[in-house]
Design a protein around this ligand. Structure first.
Ligand code: AMP
Length: 190
C-alpha cells in the first residue's frame, strides 16, 4: 500500500527543507503545492494566472483548483509508492478531498508531523528568505496575512489529525539536522 506523509507547520517552519531531505531517505517524492503553483506562474499557464492573484496577497488558492492540481500530480509514475505533502492540505475541505483521493488510490496517511516553531522566529526566517530568494510573497504585509491564514484556516487541521492519532509534534526551533532526526524517528515509530 502506498504511504503518504503530511508535513504540517506555519509558513517558514522549514517544511520544504525537511521534505527535500526526507524524499531522498524515503524514496518517495515531495509534493509541494506552493512549488507546483510557482512552476505554473513561471510557465505562465492558465492555472498560474489564476493562482497569482491569491499568492501575491498571501491568500489561499481555491480548494477545487488546488485539489485538482494535487490529483494530477499524484497520478504520475513517481508517486506510485506515496508522497510527502508539503503545504497541503491547508483547509479542512482539502483534508477531506485528500481522504477521498487516497481511498481511490488505495493509500493511507502514515503520520502527520507538525513542525512547531515560535511565530516570531518564523517572521524573521521569512524576511531573511525574502532577501535570499526574492520570493514575491515574502514581504512583511503578505507574511502577516499568511500567518493569519495559517491560524484561521490551517491550524484546525492539527486537531483533525490529532483526533485520528496521526499527529506528532516536532520541535522546529532546533538545527535542520536535529529536526530531520526527530522526523525520521516519528516516521519509524508509526
Ligand atoms: P507555500 O510555498 O507553501 O508557502 O505556498 C505559497 C502560496 O501558494 C500560498 O500562500 C498560497 O497562496 C498558495 N498555496 C500553496 N499551497 C496551497 C494550498 N494547499 N491551498 C491553497 N493555496 C496554496
Amino acid at each position: 500500500m502506498a504511504t503518504y506523509l503530511i508535513l504540517m507547520g506555519a509558513p517558514g517552519a522549514g517544511k520544504g527543507t525537511q521534505a527535500k531531505l526526507l524524499q531522498e531517505k524515503l524514496g518517495i517524492p515531495q509534493v509541494s503545492t506552493g512549488d507546483l503553483f510557482r512552476e505554473n506562474l513561471k510557465n505562465d499557464t492558465e492555472l498560474g494566472k489564476l493562482a497569482r492573484s491569491y499568492m501575491d496577497k498571501g491568500e489561499l488558492v481555491p480548494d477545487e483548483v488546488t485539489v485538482a492540481m494535487v490529483k494530477d500530480r499524484l497520478s504520475r509514475e513517481d508517486c506510485q509508492s506515496g508522497a510527502i505533502f508539503d503545504g497541503f492540505p491547508r483547509t479542512v475541505a482539502q483534508a477531506d478531498a485528500l481522504d477521498a483521493l487516497l481511498s481511490e488510490l488505495d493509500g493511507k496517511i502514515k503520520v502527520v508531523p507538525f513542525i512547531n516553531v515560535n511565530p516570531d522566529s518564523v517572521v524573521q526566517r521569512l524576511l531573511k528568505r525574502a532577501e535570499l530568494e526574492g520570493r514575491a510573497d515574502d514581504n512583511e504585509e503578505t507574511i502577516r496575512t499568511r500567518m493569519s491564514v495559517f491560524q484561521e484556516q490551517t491550524s484546525p487541521l492539527l486537531n483533525h489529525y490529532e483526533a485520528r492519532g496521526l499527529l506528532v509534534e516536532i520541535n522546529g526551533e532546533q538545527e535542520i539536522e536535529a529536526v530531520q532526526t526527530d522526523l525520521l524517528s516519528a516516521i519509524e515509530d508509526k
